[in-house]
Design a protein. Structure first.
Ligand SMILES: [Zn+2]
Length: 263
C-alpha cells in the first residue's frame, strides 16, 4: 500500500525555526505556495492520480482559490492545523481552538465536512489521548500524525476515543531513524537507498510539501543553517523522483486506504 499525501503550507510556515513561532511575520514574506502546488497538481494530472491534501488553515484563509482548485480536481482535503504549532508546545485548549479554526476555514471553502487531520511535523504520539479526543469531537475519523520507529502489526492503528474510533496511518522511519518517504529526507537520500526502502516494505506513506519541488527555494534567517540547507537541497530533482515513484507504484489516497482495509 503506497499512500500519496501532501502537506500544503508555504515555505516559511514551519515550526522548525529559531524563534519557534513566526506567525506574526508570515504576511510579510513572499508567498510561493500557489506556484509550487501547481507543480504538484500538474504532475498528478499527468499520472491521472488523486491524493490527500492536508492544507494549513492559514494558507486556506489566504488562498481560498487554491483550496477550491485542489478540491475541484477531485483530491481529498484534510486539515494540517491552522498555525502549524507543534501540538506539544501549546495547551490542549489552544490545540482545540486551532483545530476548529482550520476545519471551519476549509469547510467554508469546500462546503464539505473535513474528516482527516495531520499534525504539523507528525508531532502526535499514539498515547496522546487528549489530542485524539479533541480531533474526534471535531469529526476527524482519519489521522496521519504519528511517526513510528517500527511498523506496527496492523495498519491503520485503531485509536479509541469516547466519541468514535480514529484510524491512524503512521509514518514509519527507515532503519537509520529518519523517514524516507517524503520531504527533505526523500530529496537528500541517494536514489539507490530510496529504491531499497521502497522495495523492502509494502507500506509507504508518501508526504511532500510544495517547497520540496521549488527549484529556487528561498532561505531565511528564521531557520537554522541545517534547516535552510535541507530545505534547499535537491529540490530541482524532487519532481523527477516523485514522477518515477508514480510510474512504479500504484498510489492511493488515505480514504481509499481506509476503505481498502475495511473492505
Ligand atoms: Zn507541515
Amino acid at each position: 500500500m503506497t499512500i500519496l499525501t501532501f502537506d500544503i503550507e508555504d515555505w516559511f510556515n514551519t515550526h522548525q525555526n529559531r524563534r519557534h513561532y513566526s506567525g506574526q511575520i508570515w504576511d510579510d514574506l513572499p508567498s510561493k505556495v500557489i506556484e509550487n502546488t501547481g507543480r504538484i497538481l500538474d504532475l498528478l494530472e499527468k499520472h491521472n492520480k488523486t491524493a490527500t491534501f492536508f492544507i494549513l488553515g492559514w494558507v486556506a484563509k489566504k488562498h481560498p482559490s487554491l483550496v477550491r482548485e485542489i478540491y475541484n480536481k477531485g483530491h481529498e482535503i484534510g486539515s494540517h492545523s491552522y498555525w502549524h504549532h507543534n501540538p506539544h508546545f501549546i495547551t490542549p485548549d489552544d490545540f482545540a481552538k486551532d483545530t476548529k479554526l482550520s476545519l471551519d476555514v476549509l469547510q467554508d471553502i469546500t462546503g464539505e465536512k473535513i474528516k482527516a487531520y495531520r499534525a504539523p511535523g507528525f508531532n502526535l504520539n499514539l498515547n496522546d489521548n487528549w489530542a485524539f479526543e479533541i480531533l474526534a469531537e471535531n469529526g476527524i475519523i482519519i489521522d496521519s500524525s504519528v511517526e513510528l520507529r517500527k511498523k506496527p502489526e496492523n495498519i491503520p492503528v485503531t485509536i479509541n476515543t469516547s466519541k468514535h474510533k480514529i484510524l491512524e496511518f503512521p509514518l514509519i522511519k527507515s532503519i537509520f531513524g529518519f523517514p524516507y518517504s517524503g520531504g527533505g529526507y526523500f530529496r537528500a537520500m541517494p536514489e539507490s537507498w530510496l529504491n531499497y526502502f521502497f522495495k523492502k516494505d509494502d507500506y509507504h506513506l508518501l508526504y511532500f510539501h510544495p517547497r520540496d519541488f521549488d527549484p529556487d527555494m528561498p532561505s531565511t534567517n528564521l531557520f537554522s543553517f541545517f534547516r535552510n540547507s535541507l530545505n534547499r537541497y535537491n529540490t530541482a530533482e524532487c519532481i523527477k523522483r516523485l514522477d518515477n515513484i508514480l510510474n512504479d507504484y500504484d498510489t492511493i489516497t488515505l480514504f481509499e486506504a481506509a476503505n481498502f482495509i475495511k473492505g
